[in-house]
Design a protein around this ligand. Sequence first.
Ligand SMILES: C[S@@+](CC[C@H](N)C(=O)[O-])C[C@H]1O[C@@H](n2cnc3c(N)ncnc32)[C@H](O)[C@@H]1O
Length: 467
Amino acid sequence: MINKDFHPLVAAPIWREQKMYYANSGESAWNYVPFLYTSNKFMANWVADMIFNLSRLHPGQKIQVIELGSGHGMFGYFLYQRLKSLQVDFVLTISDFIVSNLDYLKSLPQWQGLDVNWLPLDDVNELKNAYEFDGVNFVIANYFFDSLPNDGFEFVDGQWQRAYLATDKKKNKVDGFVDIKLSFESRPCDLTDQELAMLKPYEGVTDHVLVPLAVKQLLAQFYQSNQASYFFVNDKGFVEKNKINYADDYAYRCDGAMATMVNFDMIKRWVTSDMNGFFVVNENDHDDSHFVVFGINTEHNQQKQMVEMALSGPSWNMVFKLFMVYENQPEMSFEDACFYVQCSEYDEAMMSRISGFFMNQIKLHGELIHELRPILLRVIETFYWHPARLMYFYAVLDLLVLCGELETSKDLIEKYRHLVPSQYDVLIREGVILYKQRAPVQAKEVFEKALKINPKCTESKKYLELI
Ligand SMILES: C[S@@+](CC[C@H](N)C(=O)[O-])C[C@H]1O[C@@H](n2cnc3c(N)ncnc32)[C@H](O)[C@@H]1O
C-alpha cells in the first residue's frame, strides 16, 4: 500500500491495494477486522423482521435480498435462517470482491443445502450487469461503505480544492502491525456545476468534505432500476454536515483493512432529494457507529414510519451494551446469564463470552443443567462456524459436554473437525465424550492419538489411567 506520490484521492492506488489485505489474509482476515457489532443474531433477526414487514407493502413482488461485502458471511447466514423461519419467499445473494473468500464460505458445512447466489463483484459499478433487479431489493451493507472509494475536497480561500493522497509505512505501536500513514494535500481544480451544487451545503460549515462517490454510483444503479430498494447500513461516520471531516490519520484507519468515515449526511441528501427515498438513522455512542436504514424509489411515508417504529424498540445499541456489560459485572446470577443469551437471540458469541460463568455455576449447582440445556440447543440451531470464531466452537462444545448433550457435541465435532486447525483440541474433547458414553476402547484410541500429537497431555494421561 506504499505510494509516496500524491494521487487524486478518488483514484488513489490504496483503494485497489486494500483489496490485497483481504485477498492475502483469506479467512483469517477477520481475526483483526472487528465484526461483533453486526454479525450477531440479534441484529440479523431484527433486520429480517423489518424485511418481513416492509415486504408486505409489496405484495406479489419477488423479494431480493443482497448482502454487499459479506466478509465472513455470518450476518447473511443468520438473516437467511430468520427469513426462512418467518416463511418469507426470498432470493439471497451474497457478494464480495474476493472470489476465494466466497469459495471458502460456500464450502462450509452450514451453507450446504441452502439456496444462495454467490456473486463475486470486483467493481460496484458492475452490479447492474451481474444482479437481477427484478423485484423489491433489500440490501445489507455492514462495514462496506467505509471500504469504498471517496473523493475529497477542501475549502481554501473561498474555493474548493481536490484532495490528493500519499501513503507511507508506519509501525503500529499497539499491535505491532505495519500500518499505513496517510498524507493529504489539496490542489486547485475545476468543478462541474453538479459538484459545486453538491458541495454548496458545506461551504462555511466544514472545510474538509468526503464525497462517497462509489456509494453514489452504487445507489444510482438501484434508483435507475425503478425498483423499490431498502438499504440496511452499518458503519462508522457522521450524519451531521458540520462534523464531516478528513485529515491525516483522522478519517482513515487501517486495522488490516482500511476504513474511512462515511459521509451519511451527503448520502441522505442524495436519497431524499434525488432518489424518491427516505432516510432513518439510529446512532450509537460508541466509535461514531451508525445503523442507517434508507429507501430508494420508496417515497411513501408508510415505509419510513415502519422503520422508525422498529428502530424505536430495543436497539442494537442497547444489545451491544448488554454484550459488554457482563464484563463490568462482578457478580451475576444464573438467571442474569440466561437473560443475556436470550436477549442476544441465542447468539453463540454471547454464549461463549459467558461460558466460563456457566461452567462454574453448573459445577456448583448441577441441577442448573436442566435450565441451560434448552438454551444451548437453541444456540446450536443456527450455529455459525468460522475460523474467526473458533473459540465459540470450543466454548459451545464444552458446555454441551457439561450438560450431557453427548450426541449433539459429537455431531458438532463431526461436522467441523476437518476445518479445525488443531486436531489435538478436538481429540481431547472427543475422548471425553466417548469416555462419558462408556465406550472405553474408542476413548482409549482417541486419547492415544492426542498423546501422539502432544506427549505431555495430562488430560489424556488422566483418562487413560481411568480407562
Ligand atoms: C470491513 S469488511 C466487512 C465484512 C462484513 N460485512 C462485516 O460486517 O464484518 C469489508 C468487506 O467488504 C469487501 N469489500 C471491500 N471493498 C469492496 C469493493 N470495492 N467491492 C466489493 N467488496 C468489497 C471486503 O472483501 C470485505 O469482505
